[in-house]
Design a protein around this ligand. Structure first.
Ligand code: NZQ
Ligand code: ZN
Length: 387
């Protein structure tokens, strides 16, 4: 078991009517608020009006139109400018992971005199950040319980994961009813994203019995509940359990004491969505089984056998390689069964830029240090197999 030093300071307020506590939480942080949101889903579900009503005695400045795969230009830059012009004291992010990630970059940029890109690329370490509160409307990323954000810069095809303990939300409000309207596409993609977060932590060199069980339960919960959410989008219990399993995905709690895996599928997917602006969870679902097949070897076999037997209930008495192959097939079949497109071509990615993307990933993502190290040639092979 590896050493660790762990803290997640974010308060979670979970359940029906959670946001009744919003006013008190915000009042402790300041009066001048930057309200951030996306393309309008929060207005359709009545959440925008509810927030405005709850915070009617606050001074609210708005940044709307934050896109999926949030963009440095204009969203981060506009947000930082608005914070500085209006002397903002606290950011309230209402939406999915993209809105929250963008808000994190804004929170750091607002307290820095130079270009926020310096912080996102770690050229400069942030010294301070505005406090962030969020109301989550989409179960997927776990951004509501971690200190990371992923920001895209279109002109350089960069999509960079930016982490800093300053960026943990102060408080995340999680009312599963706000996820009832999430489309089938985004529900399935959210499930695939959260499953991959767990898989990235499960497939490592050194893990514990405790963490393995926790990860296996997380994966089973996500598969069962995502199906229920797709069948009945207003199934409160299923939306609630899916939301909580997603929330735990990215803050390390699934792998405390495990060795690092390098998160190889995320390293590869970030390039796909940087170059082609695809949905993150779909990119992950496509890559995951191909990456699994690529790394299956005598060395990794034990992990696949445990995964196959404990997550998919594959007969433990079968030959080990047969269990592993069945486990990979079952992973693929699950994603396919929730109607995720399972080929890069189906999400608009052909072979034209695979060499360029493989090179970009090999140079920028550090996957030579992954659980199973990946060279540029390995990455290209995984991308080709995903076509
Ligand atoms: O923009 P609006 O109108 O709000 O619509 C959004 C968007 O079109 C819609 N949506 C959100 N809540 C809804 C809803 N539609 C109906 N009803 C609701 N209640 O869903 C669409 C997708 O939203 P988005 O925020 O992009 O999705 P998600 O939460 O999956 O976030 C994806 C982003 O998070 C990053 C990804 O790379 C991607 O950029 N990630 C962030 C992580 C983190 N901070 O820890 C980790 C992840 O691995 C991931 O990389
Ligand atoms: Zn992810």
């Amino acid at each position: 078991m590896q050493n660790f030093d762990y803290m997640t300071p974010t308060r979670l307020v979970f359940g029906e009517n959670a946001i009744e506590k919003l006013h008190d939480v915000m009042a402790a942080l300041g009066k001048r608020v930057l309200l951030t949101y996306g393309g309008g889903s929060i207005k359709k579900i009545g959440l925008y009006d509810k927030v405005k009503e709850l915070l009617k005695d606050f001074e609210i400045t708005e940044l709307s139109g934050i896109q999926p795969n949030p963009k440095y230009d204009p969203s981060v830059l506009d947000g930082v400018r608005l914070c500085k012009e209006n002397d903002i004291e606290v950011i309230l992010s209402v939406g999915g992971g993209s809105v929250l990630d963008c808000s994190k970059a804004i929170a750091a940029g607002a307290k820095y005199d130079g270009a926020p890109w310096d912080l996102i690329t770690y050229k400069v370490k942030a010294q301070a950040a505005l406090p962030i509160v969020d109301i989550l409307t989409l179960a997927a990323t776990g951004s509501e319980y971690d200190c990371g954000g992923v920001i895209s810069r279109t002109e350089t095809n960069d999509k960079i994961g930016y982490m800093d303990p300053l960026l943990f939300p102060v408080c995340s409000f999680l009312d599963p009813r706000y996820t009832f309207t999430v489309s089938k596409k985004q529900t399935a993609a959210g499930c695939a994203d959260a499953m991959n977060h767990i898989i990235e932590q499960y497939f490592c060199e050194d893990s514990t019995l405790l963490n393995d069980g926790f990860c296996e339960a997380g994966l089973k919960s996500l598969m069962v509940n995502a199906r229920k959410c797709l069948d009945n989008p207003e199934d409160y219990t299923a939306r609630a359990e899916m939301m909580f399993a997603c929330t735990l995905g990215c803050n390390g709690i699934y792998s405390l004491g495990n060795s690092e895996s390098g998160w190889p599928c995320h390293g590869m997917e970030h390039a796909l969505s940087a170059y082609y602006d695809i949905t993150h969870g779909e990119g992950l679902a496509i890559l995951t089984p191909r990456w699994m097949r690529h790394i299956l070897s005598d060395h990794t076999l034990g992990r696949f056998v445990k995964y196959g037997v404990n997550v998919f209930g594959i007969d433990a008495s079968l030959p080990q390689y047969e269990i592993a192959e069945k486990a990979i097939d079952a992973t693929y079949a699950f994603f396919e069964s929730i109607h995720i497109p399972m080929h890069l071509r189906e999400v608009g990615i052909g072979e034209e830029r695979l060499d360029e993307m493989a090179h970009h990933i090999a140079v920028n993502e550090g996957l030579e240090n992954a659980y199973v190290p990946l060279t540029e040639k390995d990455i290209k092979e995984i991308l080709v197999a995903s076509l």
